[in-house]
Design a protein around this ligand. Structure first.
Ligand code: AMP
Ligand code: ZN
Length: 114
């Protein structure tokens, strides 16, 4: 684990976070600066820098990330719809270099995103 990775430190319990889910592959936490009534981050337990590092061997991890997001969307009452976003790199707006899906819902989303 990179010692300076914020999300690795959250996974390790060194930094507190509001955990909504934890299993062997994935955890989910509430975003500290929510951009919608529901704003949850779903992230792998192991350090993966971004979606740019994913490949054919990551099918199980991706299935779990999406599956947990869908379960949490239902639990949060997002029956009207929701959005998953993952930012990659500087132009993509990534500020934490540990892969995470933003699960956003509870309001109508604009398109295209800014
Ligand atoms: P991104 O900019 O796509 O890399 O997303 C990083 C997200 O992490 C942002 O939405 C931040 O609000 C969120 N964030 C930063 N620090 C924390 C923290 N300590 N706990 C929960 N979410 C955080
Ligand atoms: Zn990490």
């Amino acid at each position: 684990m990179p010692a300076d990775c914020l999300f690795c430190r959250i996974v390790a319990g060194e930094i507190p976070a509001a955990r909504l889910h934890q299993d062997d592959l994935v955890i989910a936490i509430r975003d500290i600066n929510p951009q919608a009534p529901t704003h949850v981050l779903v992230l792998p337990v192991r350090h993966v820098a971004s979606a740019a590092e994913l490949g054919d061997d990551d099918g199980a991890l991706l299935g779990r990330l999406f599956g947990v997001a869908a379960v949490l969307a239902a639990r949060e009452g997002l029956g009207n719809g929701w959005r998953l976003v993952t930012n990659v790199g500087t132009d993509g707006g990534q500020s934490v270099d540990h892969l995470h899906l933003h699960l956003l819902g509870g309001r109508a989303m604009g398109w295209p995103p800014g």
